[in-house]
Unconditional design. Structure first.
Length: 336
């Protein structure tokens, strides 16, 4: 058993195991042969019984320097959500922001949403898996990690949906905060949602799931205090704003806490029941999967859906049209 990466306790309990799942859930292939040859891994998730952190004990850090399609800009619902999140963020910062750095920025959609509401700061976006050129609507894009050598002196650093991809969360946040920004904004899919029988979240890419107690524990190590937290997107995501604690008067302000703790046997029983019910519905009627981002890919794999059961799947993203999804090797991959 591995110690908790957040609070270092040995008090952890095994939660969920699965074998033979995709290494990357957002890699799409031009042909079935390449999809079937894609690398695969196993997962063994555990939960810290002290801070609630959920993590994959078998994870080895991925580079993300591969062809990787994480864009959601084709979805009007997603665009509306980004604007909603950006508004909440700006509503909780009363002073002028001079420089914004977003790490793991993907296609830069959130920085663009934020810039549409406040165009005064300089915007810089970092992501090793994207190649968007040097400028996107006034945002400077770097196809690399935000390294310790960077000297941008940001007022605000943004890390949206990147912590769940990091195994050494302490080292990662140390890099994110190396210029000691006054504010840090973090958005994560929270463990309380995952543990409500959302089994398609147990992917290899997502090795770390926080909720407020574990995230507070981590950020306090860097002397950041929680300024705002809010559960959004049907409680799937948790957004948080942090401020350097030496600039804050400490308060006992209560925070919403959805910390969940479950037992391995209970989760295994729930998983088998969840899988059986879904397969029964699929077999009872003509079905097609709508949405083939990471969770859709994991759903196909957990249900072992081959092309004979579901020869085609649908996604609104035109960049993955006519591509193939990596499904369990002893079955044939599905086509989008």
């Amino acid at each position: 058993m591995i110690n908790c990466p957040v609070c270092k306790t040995t008090c952890t309990a095994s939660l969920f195991e699965a074998e033979n799942i995709p290494l990357y859930c957002l890699r799409y292939f031009d042909n079935r042969k390449d999809a079937l040859a894609a690398e695969r891994r196993s997962v063994d998730f555990a939960q810290c019984q002290i801070c609630g952190f959920v993590f994959n004990q078998q994870y080895e850090q991925l580079s993300y320097q591969v062809e990787y399609e994480s864009g959601r800009s084709s979805s009007s619902t997603f665009k509306d959500y980004l604007l909603q999140v950006a508004n909440v963020l700006l509503d909780n910062i009363s002073e002028e922001i001079e420089t914004v750095v977003e790490v793991g920025a993907g296609d830069g959609d959130f920085s663009q949403a934020l810039k549409s509401l406040d165009s005064s700061p300089q915007y810089f976006a970092y992501d090793p898996s994207e190649n968007l050129g040097s400028k996107v609507d006034g945002i400077t894009i770097y196809q690399r990690y935000y390294h310790d050598s960077e000297k941008l002196l940001p007022t605000l650093v943004i890390a949206r949906h990147v912590l769940e991809h990091q195994s050494n969360v302490h080292q990662f946040m140390q890099g994110v905060l190396h210029e000691f920004p006054k504010y840090c904004f973090i958005e994560i899919p929270c463990s309380s949602f995952v543990l409500k029988e959302n089994f398609h979240y147990f992917s290899y890419e997502h090795c770390s799931y926080f909720d407020l107690p574990s995230l507070i524990k981590l950020m306090s190590k860097f002397h950041y205090t929680l300024k705002m937290s809010k559960y959004m997107f049907n409680d799937e995501n948790l957004i948080t704003l942090w401020q350097q604690s030496n600039n804050l008067t400490k308060t006992n302000r209560p925070v919403e806490n959805k910390l969940a703790s479950v037992k391995s046997l209970d989760l295994r029983w729930a998983y088998n029941n969840w899988r059986s019910e879904l397969l029964q519905k699929i077999c009872d009627r003509d079905s097609i999967l709508w949405g083939v981002a990471g969770k859709g890919v994991m759903l196909l794999n957990m249900l072992n859906l081959d092309y004979k059961l579901m020869p085609q799947i649908i996604d609104i993203n035109p960049l993955i049209n006519n591509k193939y999804v990596d499904v369990t090797p002893d079955l044939s991959s599905a086509r989008i």
